[in-house]
Design a protein. Structure first.
Length: 619
């Protein structure tokens, strides 16, 4: 089935299951009420009437039935939550296809940085961003991994043997992995649903993982461990059978005081351990089903198998260890009951025993916990990109890696625009040291073209399909100067802010070549003469360093052929169309050469400003 049909069928199926579970929940709830009334009625009858002693058998039986119904009720709620999350997965898929993805809550805004080489300029994060479109991760681990794949730090001090050939091989392998995952809709649905349920409260794993990786053991002595098993039975015996055993009245108080002293002596070491598990981070123990889903899947792609193997490399089964942690955390959570925590837990030395169990778990597998959750994040990030590949199978293409520096696209479009609004263009940067000068009137599409180039490069470098019929791309470092922000507080003018960004682009071209640069309205914060000299100098510096890219400008003087840029620059342009009534329209199609018209004065008159007629068209 096509993506839309797949999501519609999946949504309908999950919706039916939600309704079934709703009916089951109501039925079990009603049964619980009747059983509870039966127990109450029998107890009242036994107290106030002369019911047979056999009635106690009925009380016990109904009580056990009530407990069974409670467990069944909890299971029905859990299944309903899972089916509801499954329905959500398919609804989000339909929203992405219909262009309603800009309403998704998690848009990656926390990852936004004005200091990054391109992410802020290209709308990689934030509302209506690439991250918001792609993100299918339900955990913080997956979102961080996806953000890292879309906006990695520039490559620095790479090993010399890891050259372009190795990158081409890695990219091809990533394509195979994403194609494999794209077809596994059931796995991606199951992974998303389980992760959504277990991470609904968005736990911060930092403190728990830091504790798991800590090298400070509890170091309980043999005597302390022995005492922890001897004192609780003594307290219970003294309390329940003290008189029969001939113990002094209140002997149990002495034993309990010993236990309180024992807990106080070990509190400094046990409290941090118990706190780590009893806080919100302890919900990580619920991820056992997530790891079970990953471990059970039989992937075909080598990359996915290697990622999956990380969960087995430690010599332990992750699901078993996470299940063990879940059991311990369950015991820890019993302390949330005030009566238990104040009256029962001290007598049983509950905190100490929980701390010992947690410490043994930490000593056994603690250093591997971070790797487990980073592996989960990697799988979620790949699933997000694979979902995009599944959704865009009909109008997106897999990029072809190139050995030499180049960017050659056929029918390149902006990936954040819907197919009904998207206009495509061919873009060719045939080699290192080549640039496009893009001229055109206001609103004609210059900035959109630059962002289309940049975002498709980001998608291609992440291994995802691109919005084009064909894209041949070499390994590049994307760097931009498009969205310039001044700062009154920092004393930075608009022009200084832009110059700083341009310097960053040039510095990257020196350190991590080849750079794909995108410069929008270059140096528009200064006068025409200095803009002309400065812009040409920047482009010359970049092309001398082997960078390739595109520069948009209103200043036609920058686009004029000059000896120092001969053979390095290709001029292209956008233009508007004006009908007999003076109405402007745009076709957003890229044309060769420099633009020969301008619409600034026409736009000013359109909004009601009184300006003279436009000058004659430029020759």
């Amino acid at each position: 089935m096509d993506p839309r049909s797949t999501y519609e069928v999946g949504r309908a199926s999950a919706g039916r299951e939600v309704l079934r579970e709703d009916a089951r929940i109501r039925a079990i709830g009603l049964a619980r009420a009747f059983v509870a009334l039966g127990v109450i009625g029998l107890v009242v009858g036994l107290v106030w009437a002369t019911l047979s002693s056999y009635a106690w058998i009925a009380v016990v039986t109904l009580t056990l039935l009530f407990v069974v119904l409670v467990v069944m009720h909890r299971g029905a709620f859990a299944r309903r939550a899972r089916f509801e999350a499954t329905r959500r997965f398919h609804e989000r898929g339909l929203d992405r296809l219909s262009g309603r993805w800009t309403n998704f809550a998690r848009d990656g805004d926390p990852f936004r940085s004005t200091e990054h080489a391109y992410s802020d300029d290209l709308d990689v994060f934030g509302r209506a961003s690439l991250f918001q479109l792609l993100n299918a991760a339900e955990t913080p681990f997956g979102e961080r991994a996806l953000a890292s794949s879309l906006a990695p730090s520039p490559r620095e001090n790479e090993a010399p043997e890891k050259g372009n050939s190795a990158w081409m091989e890695e990219l091809s392998e990533r394509h195979v992995a994403l194609k494999d995952l794209a077809t596994r809709v059931s796995f991606r649905e199951r992974l998303s649903a389980i992760c959504h349920v277990v991470s609904a409260d968005r736990p911060d794993p930092g403190p728990f993982i830091a504790w798991a990786e800590s090298s400070k053991p509890l170091a309980a002595s043999v005597a302390a461990l022995a005492a922890s098993w001897v004192l609780p039975p003594l307290a219970i015996l003294a309390l329940a059978f003290g008189a029969k055993l001939g113990l002094p009245r209140g002997a149990w108080v002495g034993v309990v005081l010993l236990e309180l002293g024992f807990l106080a002596a070990h509190r400094q070491r046990t409290t941090p351990i118990v706190a780590a598990a009893s806080s919100r981070e302890g919900t990580l123990a619920r991820f056992v089903d997530v790891f079970d889903a990953i471990e059970r899947e039989a992937f075909d792609a080598p990359l996915l198998s290697r990622v999956q193997e990380k969960l087995r490399a430690s010599g332990v089964k992750v699901t078993h260890e996470m299940a063990a942690l879940a059991r311990i955390v369950g015991f820890v959570d019993a302390r949330q009951n005030e009566v238990f925590r104040i009256f029962v837990a001290p007598v049983l030395l509950w905190d100490f025993h929980c701390a010992v169990a947690l410490d043994r778990w930490r000593s056994r597998v603690g250093p591997r916990v971070r790797d487990w959750f980073e592996t989960l994040g990697e799988i979620e990030a790949l699933a997000s990109l694979a979902g995009f590949a599944f959704d865009r199978d009909d109008d997106h293409a897999w990029p072809e890696p190139a050995e030499r520096a180049s960017f050659e696209a056929t029918a390149l479009g902006h990936p954040l625009l819907g197919a009904d609004r998207r206009v495509t263009n061919d873009v060719t940067l045939p080699g290192a040291g080549h640039a496009l000068f893009v001229t055109g009137s206001n609103m004609s599409g210059k900035s959109t073209l630059l962002r289309a180039i940049g975002l498709n490069a980001v998608l291609a470098l992440a291994g995802a399909p691109v919005c084009a019929k064909r894209l041949v791309l070499s390994r590049v470092t994307v760097a931009t100067s498009m969205r310039v922000r001044d700062s009154l507080d920092a004393g930075v003018s608009h022009f200084l802010a832009e110059v700083t960004k341009l310097k960053r682009v040039v510095d990257l071209a020196r350190t991590v070549p080849p750079v794909l640069f995108l410069l929008d309205e270059i140096l528009h914060g200064t006068n025409s003469r200095e803009r002309l000299i400065g812009a040409r100098a920047v482009v010359r510096a970049l092309t001398d360093l082997g960078a390739l890219g595109a520069v948009s400008t209103h200043d036609l003087g920058i686009a004029e052929r000059t000896k120092e840029l001969e053979g390095r620059v290709t001029n292209v342009h956008f233009e508007e169309q004006v009908d007999e009534k003076g109405t402007m329209t745009f076709d957003y199609k890229l044309k060769e050469g420099v633009v020969h018209s301008s619409n600034a004065l026409r736009l000013m008159r359109a909004v009601g400003l009184d300006v003279p007629e436009a000058p004659a068209p430029l020759a």
